[in-house]
Design a protein around this ligand. Structure first.
Ligand code: F0G
Length: 399
């Protein structure tokens, strides 16, 4: 196993603490000697979980785990009918232990931190990454430092970071500024950076792709649709599919389809314009605070994932996100935070535009749990109705 620059293909040992290529600043990928790895469905007999796929994960020693992964893949008939799709599944990552997909990355990232002998881990976050990092660091007995954009982190996520004992710094700035600062902090070598620029973390997240294929009976769907913020997840899932193809487990890579919020959509903008690089958005804004990101670090990986898989990128409004959140909740019983609903909102739009064939088998990834952001729910749902503690009053009201 080694690290490889996605741009200049320079390679580095996996024991080196680097986040970008020292030669050209390119992003890094973890590459294995695939010829030495036995990865066959018939050998993988446990129920789905991150560590079921250990032969393709970069950890040799102690594992810090709280049973991440193994999330349900729901077949969603009512939503499929409403949107106009033959076969629709929702992979509900909100049912991970801390309520988001970040746990898949953190179980690997924090285990790697221990392997590297690191004592303090750090991240900038729109919320979920910090919650997950706080919890895995607590479990590992190391310190977590998290930089959050002040006033823009949903309450459930902040509560988790605080209760699990992270050092929580509220930055007077947005996520992009917090991320710039945490990179500078980690460049000193005292802190280990566990944002999605860390290629080991993304190795954990690629197991979403493994699980989708596993849960469909080792078959690939036609398309995977997911929200995109800092763009690590779409890149990770794509890498997972590429590896399954290397092992002849799937023939075709699902079309990776990323969805961004209207005022935070640099990747979708670049895709639609056919541009090679993104133009960062300086003041991103959206109800989906998890993806309120203007300068996604993994944009080069994400654009390749989308283009190489024949996928797409779409932009949705806050209203469309909230409507999709309600549809998931009320048609399928799936409670998600706003960012997660962007996947379904984007899919609906692509179908309406005729950009996607309704005859496909599609998986939407819902990335975080409804209870992460209770304040948003109180804003977008009707208030509870006050009634006297009296059966007549209740009956009269229910008529
Ligand atoms: N959905 C949720 C619920 C998220 O928390 C995030 C990212 C994304 C989607 C986008 O994933 O960044 O890999 O494209 N949240 C990060 C955080 C940025 O700090 O928690 P991505």
């Amino acid at each position: 196993m080694f690290l490889e620059c996605i741009e200049c293909k320079a390679t580095y040992p996996d024991s080196e603490i680097i986040y970008r290529c020292p030669k050209c600043s390119g992003l890094l990928d973890v590459i294995y000697d695939y010829s030495k790895i036995d990865f066959r469905p018939e050998k993988l007999t446990q129920p789905p979980s991150v560590w079921k796929y250990k032969p393709l994960l970069p950890i040799k020693g102690r594992i810090i785990s709280i049973n991440e992964g193994g999330t349900p893949l729901y077949k969603c008939g009512r939503l499929a009918k409403q949107i106009g799709i033959r076969e629709l599944y929702v992979k509900h990552e909100g049912l991970n232990p801390t309520g988001s997909f970040k746990d898949r990355g953190m179980t690997v990232g924090v285990s790697k931190a221990l392997e590297l002998g690191v004592k303090t881990v750090a991240c900038a976050s729109t919320g979920n990454t910090s919650a997950s990092l706080a919890i895995y660091a607590a479990k590992a007995g190391i310190t977590a430092v998290v930089l959050l954009p002040a006033g823009k982190v949903a309450m459930g996520k902040l509560a988790q970071a605080l209760m699990h004992g992270a050092k929580v710094l509220s930055i007077k700035g947005n996520f992009d500024e917090a991320f710039r600062l945490v990179q500078e902090l980690c460049d000193s070598g005292d802190f280990y950076l566990l944002n999605s620029i860390n290629p080991f973390r993304l190795e954990g997240q690629k197991t979403i792709g493994f699980e989708i294929v596993d849960q469909l009976g080792w078959k690939a769907p036609d398309r995977v649709v997911l929200p995109v913020g800092n763009a690590g997840n779409i890149s990770a899932i794509y890498k997972g599919f590429v590896e399954l193809q290397k092992f002849d487990i799937i023939d075709e890579i699902p079309k990776m389809t990323g969805v961004q919020a209207e005022k935070a959509a640099p990747i979708a903008d670049a895709f639609k314009k056919g541009a090679k690089d993104i133009v960062p958005v300086s003041r991103p804004e959206t109800v989906a605070t998890a993806i309120r990101i203007g300068d996604p670090v993994n944009a080069p990986k994400a654009l390749r994932a989308i283009r190489n898989s024949g996928g797409m990128a779409e932009i949705v409004s806050d209203e469309e996100i909230v409507q999709a959140q309600k549809d998931l909740a009320r048609l399928e019983g799936i409670g998600v935070e706003p960012a997660s609903a962007a996947s379904v909102a984007g899919l609906r739009k692509l179908i309406e535009e005729g950009a996607i064939d309704g005859d496909e088998c599609i998986v939407c990834v819902t990335t975080g749990h409804l209870l992460k952001d209770p304040e948003e729910v109180m804003r977008v749902c009707d208030k509870p109705i006050g009634v006297e503690a009296d059966i007549k009053a209740i009956r009269a009201f229910l008529k």
